[in-house]
Design a protein around this ligand. Sequence first.
Ligand code: SAH
Length: 230
Amino acid sequence: MSAAPEHDDANAPDALREGRMKLVFALRSRGVTDARVLDAIERTPRELFLDRAFRDRALEDVALPIACGQTISQPSIVGLMTQALEVTPRCKVLEVGCGSGYQAAVLARLARRVYTIERHRPLARRARALLERELDLHNVTVIAGDGASGLPAQAPFDRIILTCAAEDTPSELLAQLRVGGVMVLPVGQSDEIQQLIRIRRTPEGLDYQDLAPVRFVPLLEGMAEDPDEG
Ligand code: SAH
């Protein structure tokens, strides 16, 4: 059985509809109020991005494990980061840390074009298939690679988002942000807690703003060594 790409709420079972309403309530109460962002999240079935064992928890506002020892972010954090990124339909967006592809799917509903980079090949492969074939999102490109150096061939970007934590803002990424652009990322030396920040590039320079304490897996250099899938 496979879920339909777009959910028709009128036909959704009561439990599913109730679960979705609860999630939107949780997002609002955590400060996600932008109607376009809430709509993009509502239209993105999170269960598709989870392994079977976790699917019944898809509508809970918690981070959950995905393959390769990584995690899919908490929906309210996806909401807050997407809102902070101020994505418009004209934006070309770069994401570092594709993981399951969930954040990329939400961005793809708001932006003109999304490039997302993942250092685990099996995750990149799975996300690509899901976004293109199951969700029919044709404005997302998934790249298996090291996102720490960004994507110079497609730079500059209007928006850059990191969904893994850097010790400091990676200068190569910052150099790929257009004037007028916005970058949102977790930074910090600790594995336990980092600070979510927003950087704006203005004609005069860079503006930094602290947003919230968060916890993400670290930004690691190079491609991951994953066992052959056979
Ligand atoms: N945005 C994801 C959350 C993924 S967790 C989602 O919606 O599911 C962060 C991801 O960043 C992990 O999959 C990890 O492998 C990846 N990552 C860490 N360092 C990276 C790097 N240098 N380049 C690309 N991806 C990286």
